[in-house]
Structure formats: structure tokens, C-alpha cells
Design a protein around this ligand. Structure first.
Ligand SMILES: Cc1ncc(COP(=O)(O)O)c(C=O)c1O
Length: 429
């Protein structure tokens, strides 16, 4: 019997099932080694292990420059500032992404123009980007959602034809490839998080990579101390400003550098471990009705695979997603209806002009959205069930998830009968 109807839960392992914030024994080893060697607390310049880490990241992405910072959010801010966005510039961004892909644009008073997604992958749709380009558009931001690279050939073709910059948010796609090329090496600049839920994690951290020296110099001046700018900022125009920089402190903590670098050196092993588990989950769900594992196109590899959502067809199943997910939770699973985070165009910030941001200086350019404005994103997100992104948990736990989902799908008739019984009399058939 389903646990939601009084039966025994399929999975009894305590939560969290996938504690991405935990230090692994290997993290502890590298941190202790750093401390034992009398390692520093902070790199004011581009020195020591920070330099080695940045060089390795630049080489990994086949780029000339890397600037490490203290979060993915600030890596994106540095990238947006780096490409020279000005107040009022329009930037086309996905609605189906984590808020920080977009929110640093607020700080620059650039105008986020939210675009719709592809139905199957949930990635920003190149066709919808094309529809939203205006003479004021300056850039496109893409998120390789849950490790699946965006259709970058189409995006870069649009960018070239319209003279736009492309920023990749590669936070969820470390190590992912698109037609044999690395996500993060395909646009003008890529920014990514090295935060705790990421595979290459320092607990807190981020970085940008680019071939453009001006982006690198501007990123240095935005978030770094004079000592770093002395060596990194050499152009005649920007060198005049190295004493003050442009106002922020985005320096990455030295222990975060050590930990993230240790993870980078183990990336292949970590990717293999996650793929073994998530492929096993997909294989276990593949033949079920009403639920579809994530779609991965033949020419991509998801790399770190920074999110796993399966698509649930509530209409065909005859049970709404919240009831279905509640039944999975009753079986002991850690799952969520409608993905990990809400669509941005459903967030209050994009629904009201009275946003409390620079009150008294109305943000004339800001776009407001209503339900129905991005129908593909709504269609996609409303079907997604978010699962843990297993990394090194026992395979038995993954198998428990498969058994639990199968049990709930097979018990849908009982859930439906229960819903009919508990519905108000006027609505029962
Ligand atoms: C797609 C994406 N972009 C940006 C960020 C922001 O990174 P951070 O939390 O390191 O600021 C995240 C973090 O979860 C993310 O998933």
C-alpha cells in the first residue's frame, strides 16, 4: 500500500539524502595540507595557489584569462560589468534559471528581458531570443540548465548577426560538452559558481573565464585589490584606476581556493560517480507512464549534471503534481514539485513596478510580466519533479528512489480513488 495511504515508506534512510554542503574526506585532506604547509588566509595579489587554480581553470576552458571571485553571483556581476553593460541596456535572459543568472543585472540597472525555453530541455530557446532582440539589446545570457548545454551554434549565430555579447552561466555544467566543445568556452565570457552545491566547490566561490583582456581588466577593477590590479591591469586606459578599482571586494577565500582546486583535480572521478547514479535513476524510470527522465541530446554531455528533474504528465496521470509529489515524499523521497526554483517571471520583482529598489528613481525601463507571457517555460517548469543530484551515495539509495517512484505510479488508481473520496461532495462523480 502507498505510504500516503497508510502503507510503509519505501525509503527509510534519514534526510538529507544528498548533502552537497558536507566536506568530503578528500576536501579535509587538502585543507589540512594547506594549513600544515603554513598556507595563507587570503590572496591579495594573483599569487600562489590562486594563480595556479586560475591558470588551471583557464586551461580547462581553453581561455586566456580567469578571474576567481567569492561567488557565482559575483562572477556573473563581474562578467556583466566586464562586457561593459550600461544602465538601460537590454539583456536577453532565461526565465527558467536560478535567480543569480539575472539578478546582478539589477545592480547595473541593465534591463533583463526574460525569454522562453525549449519544451524538452528547459534551456533558453534561440527562436525566442531572436524574437526579443531590439536595437537596445546588448547581450544574451544563457544557462546550461542542469548541465545540458544550450543550442550555442544558433545563439552565437544570432549574436554575430546582431553584434551582441554572449555570457554563459556555466554554474550547473562544469565539464559539460556541446558537439565536442566545452560549455563555458562557447560565448564571449563564461561565469560559474564554485558554491557548495556545485561539483567543483570551495563552499563559496566563483570564477569567470574569457579571451577578452578588457573583460578581464574590468573584472579585476570591479572586485579586486590594488595589488592584483598592479599585475593584471596593463591597458593605458584602465591602469589609471588601479588604486581605487571600481568598488567591490570579491576576493575568494584561500581555503575555498584549496578545496575547489582539489575537486577540480578529481573532476573526472566525480562526474563518473554522479553519472552512474543519475543514469541508473533514469534507466529505472524510463519505461514508466506519465513520467519522463530528462532529455539529453545525442551531441551533448552533461558534465557535472548540476540538477535532475523528471517531467510528470499530471493530465494523463489524472493526479495533480502536488498530490503525486506528496505521495513520493510519504515514501521517504526528497523531491520537489515544479523544479528547484520558481520561474523568474513569476517572482514578485518582475510583477510590480513598486519594487523598493532605488525608491524615488522609478526604473522606467523595467519589464513586467504576467502569467501566460512565457508559455513554454510555464509548461515545462510546471511538470518538473526535482530529485537529489546523487554524487557518492550508495547505489541502494538510488534503487530505493526508483522503487518508490514505480510504486507510486503503480498505485495511482488508489490515490485517485482516495482523492475522489476526500473531494467535496459537489465535485465527486
Ligand atoms: C545557474 C546558477 N547561476 C548562478 C548561481 C549563483 O552562484 P552562487 O550561489 O555561488 O552565488 C547558481 C547557484 O546556485 C546557479 O545555480
Amino acid at each position: 500500500m502507498l505510504a500516503a495511504l497508510g502503507g510503509t515508506p519505501e525509503v527509510t534512510a534519514p534526510h538529507p539524502h544528498n548533502d552537497l554542503c558536507a566536506f568530503s574526506p578528500r576536501d579535509v585532506e587538502v585543507i589540512v595540507a594547506h594549513l600544515d604547509a603554513g598556507g595563507t588566509t587570503s590572496y591579495y595579489g594573483r599569487d600562489g595557489e590562486l594563480r595556479e587554480f586560475e591558470d588551471e581553470l583557464a586551461a580547462f576552458f581553453g581561455r586566456t584569462h580567469c578571474v576567481a571571485v567569492n561567488s557565482g553571483t559575483n562572477a556573473l556581476h563581474s562578467a556583466f560589468f566586464g562586457i561593459g553593460l550600461q544602465p538601460g541596456d537590454e539583456v536577453i535572459v532565461p526565465s527558467y534559471t536560478f535567480l543569480a543568472t539575472v539578478s546582478p543585472l539589477f545592480a547595473l540597472r541593465a534591463v533583463p528581458v526574460l525569454a522562453d525555453c525549449e519544451r524538452d530541455t528547459g534551456n533558453i530557446s534561440p527562436e525566442d531570443i531572436a524574437r526579443r532582440i531590439t536595437p537596445r539589446t546588448k547581450a544574451i545570457v544563457v544557462t546550461h540548465q542542469f548541465g545540458h548545454p544550450v543550442e550555442m551554434d544558433a545563439v552565437m549565430d544570432l549574436a554575430e548577426r546582431h553584434g551582441l555579447k554572449v555570457v554563459e552561466d556555466a554554474s550547473l555544467a562544469f565539464g559539460a560538452t556541446y558537439k565536442g566543445r566545452r560549455a563555458g568556452s562557447l560565448g564571449h565570457v563564461a561565469a560559474f559558481s564554485l558554491g557548495s552545491t556545485k561539483m567543483v566547490s570551495g563552499g563559496q566561490g566563483g570564477a569567470l573565464v574569457t579571451d577578452d583582456p578588457e573583460v578581464m581588466e574590468r573584472a579585476n577593477l570591479l572586485g579586486h585589490f590594488v595589488r592584483r590590479s598592479v599585475t593584471e591591469v596593463s591597458s593605458a586606459f584602465y591602469r589609471r584606476f588601479i588604486t581605487t578599482g571600481y568598488g567591490h571586494n570579491y576576493r575568494m577565500h584561500a581555503l575555498a581556493v584549496t578545496m575547489a582546486r582539489g575537486r577540480l583535480h578529481r573532476l573526472d572521478e566525480l562526474i563518473a560517480s554522479r553519472h552512474e547514479r543519475l543514469d541508473r535513476l533514469s534507466a529505472g524510470l524510463a519505461d514508466l507512464p506519465f513520467i519522463e527522465p530528462p532529455v539529453t541530446r545525442s551531441y551533448v554531455h552533461r558534465g557535472q549534471w548540476g540538477g535532475y528533474t523528471a517531467s510528470y504528465d499530471a493530465e494523463a496521470a489524472g493526479v495533480d503534481i502536488d498530490t503525486f509529489v506528496a505521495a513520493l515524499e510519504a515514501e521517504g523521497l526528497e523531491v520537489a514539485a515544479r523544479g528547484y526554483h520558481p520561474l523568474l517571471h513569476r517572482a514578485e520583482f518582475f510583477r510590480t513596478a513598486e519594487d523598493g529598489y532605488y525608491p524615488g528613481q522609478p526604473w522606467q525601463e523595467k519589464r513586467l510580466y504576467s502569467e501566460g507571457d512565457l508559455p513554454e517555460s510555464e509548461w515545462h517548469a510546471d511538470r518538473q519533479i526535482a530529485f537529489p543530484i546523487f554524487l557518492d551515495e550508495p547505489l541502494e539509495l538510488v534503487d530505493g528512489y526508483v522503487r518508490a517512484v514505480r510504486k507510486v505510479v503503480e498505485g495511482l488508481h488508489a490515490l485517485k480513488a482516495d482523492l475522489a473520496r476526500s473531494a467535496p461532495a459537489a465535485f465527486t462523480v
